[in-house]
Design a protein around this ligand. Structure first.
Ligand SMILES: O=C(O)C1=C[C@@H](OP(=O)(O)O)[C@@H](O)[C@H](O)C1
Ligand SMILES: C=C(OP(=O)(O)O)C(=O)O
Length: 449
């Protein structure tokens, strides 16, 4: 997607019961890391099931610019890695488009190399805070040569001649910050330690171990994780089958729950417990979700989900569950709009710094579609209307945010009146198959002309 693409409005309309079976495209977090670690390792990495969303493809482009050979043969992505410690200085700025994960993890990955790297992105990414990554990198000796006010992109890093290992306590629940420090530690002599008081998705730890990094995790009596990585070890190319993305599965899942008469199966969903907060919450709200065919694939638990429309009840979602469902709150808020009673969602401070201020964007979108809700500093309360009577009819500002676009298109499928989103283009960053896949289930989603 070019940054100047013409906005493409889209409309979700009241649909009849959804039915059928869909397979989920690959997990975005794992796909980014597969390109990065494969590009860094020595030897060949082969990836199947990679998410071919724009965010991930930009990570692939960045790794190519820094010397990795990456090509697709049939269904398989094949990478010849640069070999450990051998990244090339990029000749031009690395453009990460809309991708927080791609840009922040790559800042860590390249930060401790003795070279200069410039990061650029679209207006959404350029407004997101990067100090959370730059601060620990500075402690390791990385210089920030240029940055936009408030440590934002565009920015340029200059790596040190001799990086210093640090011990860093992550001040917010963020897998991106944790990962950036660990990746900086990969190219730093000695042991870099990340202390993680609140557990976030653990793909970096698991995949680095899989690639042969010297990384260990210890959880202390208080439940705080201490992650230690010995730098300048050797990563070796791997064969990776990327499981389906639970954050994408959330959209057909909620759609089937709120459209009466639905009965669908969503295949190949990653069930890593650091990612399943939405499923736990919806089950507690009374959702009919059956986990079938539970299996292990590539070191991760995977399942198929049979989902039938359900009468949902509001609840208070425990704040400590937020990291395991952080990207799913917009679509949970849509489910809550159709539930009996009030759904309270505390602990949402991180939603303010995603592709958009998701707390504000969700509250505004719900209100413009007749939903009674309150936006707090770091919380949202939604009072639902089972059956969706009187809901819909609004146009939602998506602020370059794919999850806002998909969530409100899903809302339109069960609301009395259609729901319009001002721009569906960004859906391609994480879930390019969304429109076709939803149409295949019988969802009425159209792009407006
Ligand atoms: O590490 C990752 O792959 C991600 C971490 C999360 O971001 P934060 O680390 O900012 O919470 C999440 O929102 C993002 O979609 C993917
Ligand atoms: C927050 C998200 O992604 P990122 O931070 O990678 O832009 C997301 O996909 O919801």
């Amino acid at each position: 997607m070019s940054h100047e693409a013409v906005p493409q409005p889209a409309i979700g309309r009241k649909s009849q019961g959804l039915s059928g079976t869909v397979a989920m495209p690959g997990d975005k977090s794992i796909s980014h890391r597969a390109f990065m670690f494969g590009g860094l390792a020595s030897g060949e990495t082969r990836i199947t099931g990679l998410l071919e969303g724009e965010d991930v493809l930009r990570t692939g482009e960045a790794m190519k610019v820094m010397g990795a050979y990456i090509e697709k043969h049939g269904d398989e992505w094949i990478i010849q890695g640069t070999g450990n410690g051998c990244l090339l200085e990029p000749v031009a700025a690395l453009d990460f488009g809309n991708a927080g994960t791609g840009s922040r993890l790559t800042m860590g990955l390249v930060g401790t190399y003795d070279m200069e790297t410039t990061f650029i992105g679209d207006p959404s990414l350029s407004s997101r805070p990067m100090a959370r990554v730059l601060d620990p990198l500075r402690e390791m000796g990385v210089q920030v040569l240029k940055a936009s006010p408030g440590d934002r992109m565009p920015l340029t890093l200059r790596g040190p001649k001799h990086a210093a290992p640090i011990s860093y306590r992550v001040p917010m629940a963020s897998a991106q910050v944790k990962s950036a420090v660990l990746l900086a530690g990969l190219n730093t002599p000695g042991i870099t330690t990340v202390i993680e008081p609140v557990m976030t998705r653990d793909h970096t730890e698991k995949m680095l171990q899989g690639f042969g990094a010297d990384l260990e995790v210890e959880t202390d009596k208080e439940g705080v994780r201490h992650i230690r990585i010995e730098g300048q070890g050797k990563l070796v190319g791997q064969v990776i089958a990327v499981p389906g993305d639970p954050s994408s599965a959330a959209f057909p899942l909620v759609a089937a729950l709120i459209v009466p008469g639905s009965d669908i199966t969503i295949e190949n969903v990653l069930m890593n417990p650091t990612r399943t907060g939405l499923i736990s919450t919806l089950l507690e709200m009374g959702a009919s979700i059956e986990l079938v065919n539970r299996r292990s694939a590539g070191g991760e638990d995977v399942a198929d989900l049979r989902v039938r429309s359900s009468e949902l009840k509001g609840m208070t979602v425990p704040a400590e569950r937020a990291p395991s469902m952080i990207d799913e709150y917009p679509v949970l808020a849509v489910a809550a709009a159709f539930a009996q009673g009030e759904t309270r969602m505390p602990g949402l401070e991180e939603l303010r710094v995603k592709e958009s201020d998701r707390l504000a964007a969700v509250a505004e979108g719900l209100k413009s579609n007749g939903v009674d809700c309150d936006e707090g500093e770091a919380s949202l309360a939604v009072r639902g209307r089972p059956g969706g009577k009187g809901l819909g009819g609004g146009t939602v500002k998506t602020h370059l945010d794919h999850r806002i676009a998909m969530s409100f298109l899903v809302m339109g499928l069960a609301a009395e009146k259609p729901v319009t989103v001002d721009d569906a283009n960004m859906i391609a960053t994480s879930f390019p198959e969304f429109m076709g896949l939803m149409a295949g289930l019988g969802a009425k989603i159209e792009t407006a002309v």
